[in-house]
Design a protein around this ligand. Sequence first.
Ligand code: RNT
Ligand code: ZN
Length: 421
Amino acid sequence: MADIPAIEKAYQLGRQRYSDIGVDTERAMTRLEKIAVSLHCWQGDDVGGFESSDGLTGGGIMATGNYPGKARTADELRADADKAFSLIPGKHRFNLHSIYAETAGKKVERNELAPEHFAGWIDWAKQNQIGLDFNGSFFSHPKAASGFTLASNDPAIRKFWIEHGIACRKIGAAMGKELRTAAVTNIWIPDGYKDIPVDRKKPREILKESLNEILAEKFDKKHLLDAVECKLFGIGSESYVVGSHEFYMGYAMENKTLLCLDAGHFHPTEVISDKISSVLCYFEEILLHVSRGVRWDSDHVVILSDELQAIAYEIVRGGFLDRVHIGLDFFDASINRLAAWVIGTRCMIKALLIALLEPTGELRQLEQSGDFTSRLAILEELKTLPFGAIWDYYCLKQQTAVSTDWIDEVKKYENDVLSKR
Ligand code: RNT
Ligand code: ZN
């Protein structure tokens, strides 16, 4: 268990160190506390959802691993999420997919989903005083088996998915209204070709039309914020993805939706940290899917990597905290699923804290005056300042587990709850 006097002592020393370089640690923590990260429900059950018992995924989304204890029902998923939230400092959000509907054992097609199928989730969110975000699920479905949904040239298939998109926006708006915080409702579709297509144009024209139909109805922005998510390639869509970056960048700009940047959806050496300040020259708000690409997989558990840190720096340095919706998107079935949530979210918050502890004003001045030597030297020295002491103290103040203490709690939960599933 954490040694509280030692943490407090370390904090006092750390606070002094930061104060010496002109950084107010209290201020950083006060700002951090207000940042809500949206935890993605799908880490809890490998993107399975509750539609059927086979839990098969499709559309190039694949969780690998068979760690025992995954959530099989909404109640189990909520219990796991409650546990994860208790081990993460601050107040956050929860991001649902339509396949997590609760239909009381009745088969409800995705184009017939309605807010009532999410009443259980909304009640839970109310009780926990958290906001919800939402996603249409255009994959893992017989009508997505061809690899095409909204860009399909089969009118019946396309109609089905358009209706699904429309239904999902209504659900998102209802969530936002009930919870008094806009639900960011995201559209990602897997549509694309494994091998080189002849016609790259037509599917994009069809997708544009489909999106227009989905987005035709206007909702109050206080309840619903629409987002569209691009991807470079997926498993089975290696050669061509209809919803590319350029496609959605243009679409979102023209139609005033949010643009979603997923950290794993670009070329391996291309980073979203560099895109944030570019797209925010044109967009009011954006959505991030913070993830970690590893070779051909776009969804490894988020760690405190250079790129995660760069993303956090960009958000904080740019003054973008109110314009960037930070969502997480990863799934790993090879480790304790709840631990994956806790690891990834704690890393995201840590990265934001480190960014908030930067003496950015001074660095900016050095840069403007052309003193790149000092810029580099200070940036490197900052890396070994005692941010860990501030982080531990922040966790303590937020009444959540400090340092590795949360691991024992997860193990206990695994033993008492997960192992019995
Ligand atoms: C897939 C996209 C998408 C999904 C989730 C489940 O490549 O990143 O966001 O991961 O919607
Ligand atoms: Zn994503």
